[in-house]
Design a protein around this ligand. Structure first.
Ligand code: NAD
Length: 374
């Protein structure tokens, strides 16, 4: 029986390149969930990136940002069609995602790195090192050195130049991202490792102090450890399974989350979420997207891996719509399909069944039906 309170308003922005192809598989999942689970969606689609440039002459329109504000969550495909490479930086397809992050105040980027048992051999690390890997990296995504002032390139009196970027973090910026990490840890293995360079950077020293305070005041039940960023990079390769939740600033998060993503084998498998402040109505702006780009080299061929997009939708179900059961069902269907030997070209290995985007979607949907016994 469908219950009115289980109806959700979501905005889907497929974008360009492989975006629409992989998003199509999520649309099919949504239809399946509506038919088979006590959940309904009010879905709105709109154009962003190259698709919006072609239709409206801009990578994203104000009304799309307004729709994003009014939604429970946004599912984003990818943008980056190279046929727009000739336009100015402020008009490139990629502006769409930057504008959404900025306008919605999305400050906490969540990047899970989880290994599927069936893909243990796809990693460049030894199976015994990565078996059971399940890390969540929380990266502060709107502050730090990418945005701090002063910045720029100055010409010195002798004609040589000086490049400047400034790492800045305030107490409140650190507190809000630390809260996201501690809250997530409570739903996982209850451990947070905070990563900075407090040995050489004042901003790192403040980061460590503020995270320690928030831990003592609000989350004493969670186990907190601290690690220097260079050691963390080394530990992620040496013994990645030691981590549960990692929280760090923008620069270190950028590097460490890319490193962690490669532990699992393929870009096409990995989801992400970016969250904003909790509003007065208790909701929180949130955008879910795979970590890959628009993959122009394979766009239109029907061979893209839809799993990163599908798992992004599962994250939306868990974190924005609070539908843990459906999130787990989808994650479990993906895991079973991989265990059954289905592979898209990017993760293909000997003896497995190579399938295209839609056939991977078919396999996941029929597995959902089996697991849910419908
Ligand atoms: P990319 O992630 O698009 O592709 C890198 C490689 O991985 C390519 O060989 C591609 O074929 C492969 N790949 C990526 N996703 C795949 C999938 N789902 N299935 C199978 N193979 C997959 O990165 P890139 O080539 O550096 O960037 C292409 C464009 O995407 C650029 O314009 C870039 O700016 C943009 N981009 C957008 C986003 C975003 O929309 N959030 C993120 C990253 C890059």
């Amino acid at each position: 029986m469908r219950n009115k309170k289980d109806s959700f308003k979501i905005l889907i922005l497929p974008g360009d390149g492989i975006g629409p192809e992989v998003v199509q598989q999520v649309t099919r999942l949504i239809e399946w969930l509506e038919q088979n689970r006590p959940i309904s969606f009010h879905v709105t689609y709109d154009l962003v990136g190259g698709a919006s440039l072609a239709e409206h002459g801009v990578p994203i329109r104000d009304e799309v940002i307004k729709k994003a504000w009014e939604s429970d969550a946004v599912l984003f495909g990818s943008v980056g069609d190279p046929c727009w490479a000739h336009v100015g930086f402020d008009k490139r397809p990629e502006v769409a995602i930057l504008a959404l992050r900025h306008e919605l105040g999305l400050f906490a980027n969540l990047r899970p790195a989880k290994i599927f048992d069936a893909l243990t051999d796809a990693s460049t690390l030894k199976p015994e090192v990565i078996r059971g890997l399940d890390i969540m990296i929380v990266r502060e995504s709107v502050g730090g050195i990418y945005f701090g002032d002063p910045r720029g390139i100055e010409v010195l009196p002798d004609g040589s130049k000086k490049g400047i970027n400034t790492e800045i973090y305030t107490t409140s910026e650190i507190e809000r991202v630390a809260r996201v990490a501690f809250t997530l840890a409570r739903k996982r293995c209850n451990r947070v490792c905070s990563v900075e360079k407090s040995n050489v950077m004042e901003s790192g020293l403040l980061w460590k102090e503020v995270v320690t305070n928030i831990h003592q005041q609000e989350f004493p039940d969670v186990t907190l450890s601290h690690m220097l960023a260079d050691n963390c990079a080394m530990q992620l390769v040496r013994n990645p399974c030691q981590f549960d939740v990692l929280v760090t600033g923008n620069l270190f998060g950028d590097l460490l989350s890319d490193l962690a993503s490669m532990l699992t084998g393929s870009l096409g498998l990995l989801p992400s979420a970016t969250l904003g402040e909790t509003r007065s109505d208790g909701k929180c702006a949130a955008l879910y997207e795979p970590i890959h780009g628009s993959a122009p080299d394979i766009a239109g061929k029907g061979i893209a891996n839809p799993i990163g997009q599908i798992l992004s939708f599962a994250m939306m179900l868990r974190y924005s719509l609070h539908r843990e059961e459906e999130a787990l069902l989808i994650e479990s269907a993906v895991s079973h399909v991989l265990a059954d030997g289905f592979r898209t070209a990017d993760i293909m290995s000997e003896g497995m069944k190579c399938v295209g985007t839609a056939a991977m979607g078919d396999a996941i949907i029929s597995k959902l039906a089996q697991l849910a016994k419908v």
